[in-house]
Write a protein that binds this ligand. Structure first.
Ligand SMILES: [Zn+2]
Length: 378
């Protein structure tokens, strides 16, 4: 009896140990990768990364003046990279007297108010030549454009009111490749009748207008929190960002089909390998602004992240979100597929910042923090 009992308890412990082991091994890989990233980065951003994704630590620039600390981060400050910046008052307890203004290469960039100061995202255009560009911070209006009364009150409470200060960002060259291999977009077996062709064109124009309207949305607030996610569980790029591609073209003349000169197209997103039915996740928090079937995009989901930032997910076989609904980073958007103009199943992921297309995966380097996070950065 005793032996039996011992055997039982031994068996019980074995089982419990096995269960615990399985439980831990299920958790370990994710925790391990997250922990190692956190220690690398020394900030609280949580990255849910895909297997095989080459995570890159961001490059960091820090400038200090008497009034503020300016942190600027980017994966590599290269053409097509996202830039994230924070402007913090030097004295944590104080705030800026007037909303500061920010300019990159002469263009004003929006600043969103947070409890720690201000933050902003902008994209380095792929067309911007490598070299040095001014990044300017202006604390409110310059002296000459504000009234005397305002000027006096500001001057008394902030005697060192500095106006505008110039910093420099050096944009690096990114080698964007060209693929001469022809891409064959899947074609219909039967040609469309003239009536159906007209209806299709009408539809395309309606969708163009709908997309234009969606992309023109702008909010001062940024919805992105300190959690960022890869859209897939496994990372494999099948067509990189901004690659020049040759798309085969055909023309039907009666029963004959002739091949035309290929159309050279720039790829304004990134293609990731994803067999039909692979779960697709949102890369950041936001709000769904388009969730429908379109002609070229197939089943398309467009997510607004605030400040004119949008991420898009194309060619899905199934959409799991609805328009106007809020979405969290890492939340299921739908399943990959081969809908729309494709040569096979994959995910086309795009990221656009105020009409500047950027490499969407360059977002997954940035130490974004919650707008309510008051911890001081290093
Ligand atoms: Zn694509």
């Amino acid at each position: 009896m005793k032996i039996h009992k011992e055997y039982l308890s031994h068996k019980f412990f074995c089982r419990a140990f096995l269960l615990l082991f399985c439980f831990c091994s299920c958790l370990t890989p994710k925790l391990k990768s997250d922990e190692s990233l956190l220690t690398h980065l020394r900030y609280s951003t949580h990255f849910r990364l895909a297997k095989g994704f080459p995570f890159q630590k961001p490059q960091h620039k820090k400038w200090e003046t008497k009034e503020y600390i300016f942190h600027v981060y980017s994966r590599s400050f290269a053409q097509g990279d996202v830039v994230y910046l924070e402007l913090l008052p030097q004295d944590v307890l104080s705030s800026f007297p007037i909303k500061p203004r920010l300019f990159f290469n002469g263009r004003e960039m929006p600043l969103s108010k947070t409890v720690f100061g201000y933050r902003s995202f902008f994209g380095i255009p792929t067309t911007l030549k490598p070299g040095s560009y001014p990044l300017q911070v202006q604390l409110g209006k310059p002296f000459e454009s504000i009234s005397v009364a305002q000027n006096q009150s500001l001057a008394s409470s902030h005697p060192t009111y500095p106006g505008r200060k110039d910093f420099t960002i050096t944009v690096r060259k990114k080698k964007f490749s060209e693929s001469k291999r022809r891409i064959y977009i899947r074609r219909r077996k039967k040609a469309l009748s003239a009536r159906k062709l007209r209806a299709r064109h009408k539809k395309i124009h309606r969708f163009i207008a709908e997309k234009k309207k969606a992309y023109s949305r702008f909010t001062d607030e940024i919805f992105i929190r300190s959690e960022l996610a890869h859209p897939l569980e496994k990372h494999y790029v099948t067509s990189p960002f901004w690659i020049k591609r040759h798309v085969a073209r055909f023309q039907r003349i009666g029963k004959r089909t002739i091949q035309l000169k290929p159309r050279v197209r720039i790829h304004k997103g990134i293609d990731l390998r994803a067999r039909t039915g692979t779960p697709i996740y949102s890369i950041a928090d936001g709000r769904v602004v388009i969730a429908k079937r379109m002609v070229f995009e197939g089943n398309f989901v467009l997510v607004e992240h605030g400040q004119g930032i949008f991420s898009g997910y194309m060619h899905l076989s199934k959409i799991n979100v609805r328009k106007n609904k809020k979405i969290r980073s890492g939340q299921l958007i739908g399943y990959s597929g081969a809908t729309g103009a494709v040569s096979g199943a994959h995910l086309h992921l795009l990221l656009q910042i105020r009409n500047v297309p950027v490499d969407p995966l360059s977002l997954l380097s940035l130490p974004v923090r919650d707008e309510t996070d008051t911890t001081q950065k290093l």
